[in-house]
Design a protein around this ligand. Sequence first.
Ligand code: SF4
Ligand code: SF4
Length: 285
Amino acid sequence: MIISVASGKGGTGKTTISVNMALALGRGVELLDCDVEEPNAHLFLKPKIERSEKVEVPIPLVDLDKCTFCKKCSDICRFNALAVVGKKVLVFQELCHSCGGCMVVCPEGAITETGRELGFLNFGARDGIGFINGRLRVGEAMSPPLIKQVRAAANPRLITIIDAPPGTSCPVIAAMNGADFILMVTEPTPFGLHDLKLAVEAVRLLGIPCGLVINRADIGDRKVFDYAEKENLPILLTIPFDRRIAEAYSQGKNIVEEFPEWRQCFTELFRKIEAIINERGGAHA
Ligand code: SF4
Ligand code: SF4
């Protein structure tokens, strides 16, 4: 079962929800931090990191001794990652999407693959909870391939909880695509509602069931609640603004550990998600 925890905007408490649900469920769960530009779930889960792996993506390497400068490679590249200029073939590594098209069309077999470093995967665990995060190389702009690598490394026998990046663009889609359920974390403010609407539109395009956690539920107004009702989005958990929770968060502490009465709430949150997934025919095999 794959549950992706997302939010239209940053700062809604998405990581808090992901980590606390993982802690409430315990053994048998794997938490994936797919916010590869700013991974921070490890600061709260505090796993023991056991190993790291470098992640590379393939990019073309041109052998100028074989090249006839026919431009077939640059013509097919829709990302403008190749340019044939006189007797040179320029490769703009950051633009390459590793589709391999240039290699296929080169009539001279002049293009082979080399690797470009994207970042790292870190693997660890805490109290039987598996943990993987991705960390994008500083200066690297292309996060979806690294997010896909984090997801590919997940153990399919475990319940996967994904801490997705914020927003509604390609990295979020990479973290939500193929999930059994999207848990959208929001807050009842005009900004929260605006970004929630965009995020829900993206989820609907993916055709994945979705439910809400409303954090700091007693600040702001009722418009998020009204929107949820109108759009038939189940509100699965509300967390009131509580100074003690905010203080615990600021110290890297977790709700279910500091306030044991919340453990049951996060277990029930999972049970509600599980029931919705089962109603729709169960999790992906
Ligand atoms: S397709 Fe091959 S031969 Fe033609 S310009 Fe590109 S690398 Fe050179
Ligand atoms: S692998 Fe694809 S994206 Fe990269 S340079 Fe070749 S054609 Fe362009």
